[in-house]
Design a protein around this ligand. Structure first.
Ligand code: SAM
Length: 252
């Protein structure tokens, strides 16, 4: 159930890429793709996938996972940094770029998004998935961790420990909100076509309620599907998913 709406958006993008360029398989670049949670299924669906990641350990796991899935020939792992992508991937050649759960860790998300936009073919798209700071506030509050909830709410980056002067108590460097994420995509020259939630209500279902009684799995999936695009609920979704397109045009 998790991330079903994100999967649907990716499938639609790949169909559009196949319609645009029927003579070749879709080219996907997964930046910060880690161990291949997204990359390997995309390769299995017939795409040529390049994963750029700063972690050699993650890339080793990616290669094992791709081999186990029988798609080693369609997955390429490259060690590198999102902000120097231009040295690793030619501009203007990729149909779909994934930046899932990575902008929270990079030095400058605005620079990173420009790097992602540059490698797209005209008409291609980026798919960005990020943590939502307001969901983190709500989850900390429900867990009774009120000092952390207040800090996440008031810290400019939505991070724990920003003001401590050290490396911080938070593995993330920042969290996002919907308008901030949309603004970053626009600033990178992308047209924001989708802004939806992920884990909007499904992450709030208590323990066993998603699989028993009136809260069974099908109902939970239907509830989540109804909630992902709801504007009022977007503000508190666990994660935010955006699709931004590089327009086909002479100056873009
Ligand atoms: C939370 S994992 C997400 C993995 C995958 N995208 C997913 O959704 O399952 C973050 C990944 O980003 C990578 N990463 C962090 N900073 C990076 C950077 N500046 N450039 C490239 N990769 C980076 C990490 O090595 C890690 O594999």
């Amino acid at each position: 159930m998790r991330s079903e709406a994100v999967h649907r958006a990716l499938i639609a993008e790949l169909a559009a890429a196949r319609a645009r360029s029927a003579d070749r398989v879709p080219r996907v670049l997964d930046v910060g793709g880690g161990t291949g949670v997204w990359a390997v299924p995309l390769a299995a669906s017939g795409c040529a996938v390049t994963v750029v990641d700063s972690s050699p350990d993650a890339l080793a796991t990616l290669r094992r996972r791709a081999a186990d899935a029988g798609v080693a020939d369609r997955v390429r792992g490259v060690q590198g940094d999102i902000e120097t992508l231009a040295d690793l991937v030619p501009a203007g050649e990729v149909d779909l770029v994934l930046g899932h759960d990575v902008l929270e860790f990079v030095e400058d998300p605005a620079v990173a998004l420009c790097s992602l936009a540059e490698v797209l073919v005209p008409g291609g798209a980026v798919s960005i998935l990020v943590s939502n700071r307001y969901a983190a506030v709500i989850h900390r509050t429900l867990a009774g961790r009120l000092d952390e909830a207040r800090e996440l709410l008031t810290d400019p980056a939505g991070r724990l420990g920003s003001q401590d002067g050290g490396p911080g108590r938070d593995r993330l460097l920042r969290r996002f909100d919907g308008p901030g994420l949309a603004g970053l995509l626009s600033a990178a020259g992308l047209v924001v076509e989708t802004l939806q939630g992920d884990g909007v209500l499904s992450d709030l279902i208590p323990g066993s309620a998603s699989t028993t009684g009136t809260g069974n799995a099908d109902t939970a999936a239907e509830l989540e599907a109804a909630a992902v695009g709801h504007p009022a609920l977007l503000a508190t979704a666990s994660r935010l998913h955006a699709v931004g397109r590089r327009n086909v045009g002479p100056n873009l």
